[in-house]
Design a protein around this ligand. Structure first.
Ligand SMILES: [Mg+2]
Length: 443
């Protein structure tokens, strides 16, 4: 334990002043046999005073977008044993919904209450047992609410005057947001910098978003699965209730994907390389179009036509014509969702009297969005640092493809339509990160 834990005299006194209903905690701590005043610290000290007495500090936020807040209470050591906790609904009562803490009066310090009276003592015990205590929280707040929330964390820290801990909080929809593993990766890095390897088997995570019938989500359980930590609900951990085996993990998981061959038919991708042609790709963003384009067509001399690069569709159409004039085949690597869009290229094929073929990518919207999240946020730390991260494609690109999609047919003028399936390609480590739960809502 850090020595500074013993030097925070003025904040130690705060610990004695627990919420009035905190009898459980009192009885557990009451070995010295004296009664302590049941005055809540909020009412005895102004928040300004708390600030100066607190051993809690907010540090520089983590990440390229500063979207992971990082704070420490006292001077937490790095132990290979990590006790990680969600905050709302786990350590403290939630701010909203069932059993929520009452709102603070205007102008008074932010309101909060322990989830159960025994929480602070459990944290104290864990600290004595040599665990590093870490709070891992998703917060969807900004501006004034974020300032209030940060103040609330100081108050919680002041109520834990002898418990060093770290808190990481994701405030954006990015790699830090649970169930994405970003906060764990940051934590692992911090420990590694101190020469400490976290022992996952000796560590655990407690959270209330566990996919039980009454839970609003399963984010915490998914996060534990992603980072490979033993998981408990607050009831299981703090109240020693039996482990619930009944839970549901909603949403898209790559585990449920069927195993399909890359191409649905045995038809050669290119039958005659000497035959000048147009190839039109059709599919959601992120389902492998550019990979196929590069591997099977560009590598064999096809000109790649892409609207993200060229800017507008007329420019794409003009580029196709130019390629054909130069006697080059070309491949239109756009989403090409409807008949009308594809007709522009069918018309060029007619004009130049060359065949036009279509390759339809069968990947669903859920898979496409998952791949989008993976590419932007969840590539393995080793890969991500080498490669430039791809920006997240906006959700609208996916819904507009879905809503406007018209399945390609031969009657549009194609000489052939081939189906291309999604097959993950990458190292084992990349597959591990791709296979994680990556849900963040698009909107
Ligand atoms: Mg929670």
């Amino acid at each position: 334990m850090s020595s500074s834990a013993l030097q925070v005299g003025s904040s130690t006194s705060l610990s004695k002043k627990r919420p009035a209903e905190d009898n459980d905690a009192l009885s557990m701590e009451g070995s010295k046999g004296h009664k302590v005043a049941k005055v809540h610290p909020f009412f005895s000290k102004s928040s300004q005073e708390l600030k100066t007495t607190s051993a809690f500090q907010w540090h520089k936020p983590l990440g390229a977008r500063s979207s992971c807040l990082y704070g420490t209470n006292l001077d937490p050591a790095c132990s290979p044993k990590v006790a990680a906790f969600d905050l709302d609904g786990t350590l403290i009562k939630p701010s909203f919904g069932k059993g929520a803490v009452k709102k603070a009066l205007k102008g008074s310090p932010p309101a909060w209450e322990w989830w159960k009276d025994r929480v602070p003592n459990t944290l104290k015990d864990l600290n004595s047992e040599g665990y590093s205590i870490v709070i891992i929280s998703n917060q969807a707040i900004k501006g004034a609410s974020l300032i209030t929330w940060k103040e609330k964390i100081r108050l919680i820290a002041a109520a834990l005057p002898s418990v060093p801990f770290r808190i990481l909080a994701a405030i954006a929809k990015d790699e830090y947001r649970k169930p994405m593993p970003g906060m764990w990766i940051e934590l692992t890095k911090k420990f590694k910098d101190e020469g400490v390897e976290i022992d996952k088997t000796a560590s655990f995570f407690v959270g209330d978003a566990a996919g039980r019938d009454s839970d609003f989500a399963s984010t915490d359980r998914k996060w534990a699965l992603n980072v490979d930590l033993p998981f408990f609900t607050p009831e299981e951990y703090f109240l020693k209730q039996p482990v619930q085996t009944k839970f549901k993990l909603d949403g898209f998981s790559v585990v449920d994907l069927p195993t399909l061959p890359l191409f649905s038919s045995d038809t050669p991708v290119i039958a005659d390389i000497r035959q000048r042609e147009i190839v039109v790709l059709v599919g959601f963003p992120g389902v492998g179009k550019s990979t196929i384009c590069q591997r099977y067509f560009v590598s064999r001399g096809y000109e790649r036509i892409n609207q993200d690069t060229l800017g507008t569709r007329p420019k794409c159409v003009a580029a196709v014509e130019k390629a054909l004039q130069k006697d080059l085949s070309c491949v239109v690597d756009n989403t090409n969702r409807d008949v009308q869009t594809r007709k522009f290229y069918v018309d060029v094929a007619r004009k130049f009297k060359v065949p036009i073929r279509c390759f339809v990518f069968s990947g669903t919207m859920e898979l496409a969005w998952h791949n989008n999240l993976y590419r932007a946020f969840n590539q393995p730390p080793s890969t991500a640092s080498q490669e430039e991260k791809r920006a997240l494609v906006p959700y609208l690109a996916f819904t507009s493809f879905r809503d406007g999609y018209e399945e390609p047919t031969l009657s549009e003028g194609f000489s052939e339509i081939q189906t291309v399936n999604w097959v993950f390609e990458g190292t084992e480590e990349e597959r591990k990160y791709w296979s994680m739960w990556l849900q963040i809502q698009g909107k």
